[in-house]
Design a protein around this ligand. Sequence first.
Ligand SMILES: [Zn+2]
Length: 281
Amino acid sequence: MRFRRDAQLDTSQVSDRRSAGPLVAGGGGLIGVIFLVIQLLGGGGGGTGPSPIGPLGQGSEDLSKECVTGDDANQRDDCRIVGVVNSVQAYWEDNLPGYERATTVFYKGQTQTQCGVGTSDVGPFYCPTDQTIYIDLGFYDDLRTRFGAKGGPFAEAYVIGHEYGHHIENLTGVLEKGRSNATGPQSAGVRVELQADCLAGMWAKGAVDTGFIEELTEQDIQDGLDAASAIGDDRIQEKVQGQVNPESFTHGSSEQRQRWFLTGYRSTQISSCDTFAAPTV
Ligand SMILES: [Zn+2]
């Protein structure tokens, strides 16, 4: 994934809270790309003090000064995520009538949201109440080290595309349908998650046309599929419990997540992502 060097990044779409102080824990009602798995995977953070996250962690800097062009997006991890957010929103502005922008918040450890205090234990998430996406960029290290994904820029971009998928679902009323505690591979909750994967795939297909991204290679798409697979419920359960229990699926299996991403990637129609219309997903 390479950004056009002269693309102008819009940092007003991202709010950087990485240098903010810690909060008291709590939280609920968050819709993420995974479900509390970091805790299940053991030893996971605890959400207290900030952890060093290498080149992503320069929270004291001003993003608007650091992330100006696509050249910056090609060189800095946080600027790249700004560029991805810009591309995803440009895509939906062109492809969903009435699209309303949603801000992405970078934070470290924990942060206040209208869905309660969000902690990095739950991974990146979307809060429908304040229509905001929250991500501790340290999740991308977890994606590789704890979930065993190969990583790569497009693996990271897929996660953002998925969260914006939830925002689309909120705008179209689909998110409401998933409000149930039922689990399982055909449950409403899983259908909401798979639709978000499908919408991420739609953006991937149209990403180059947004003007921000110059090139997405076959390898990039493979990296995205690899990430989708790594955070499939069956892969995570196998890792955590040593066995797979489909009845407790919340996000879909690796196969389901890859398949729905590809469904969106191969189609330009949002109707192809209607997981609630499909007899089985
Ligand atoms: Zn999700």
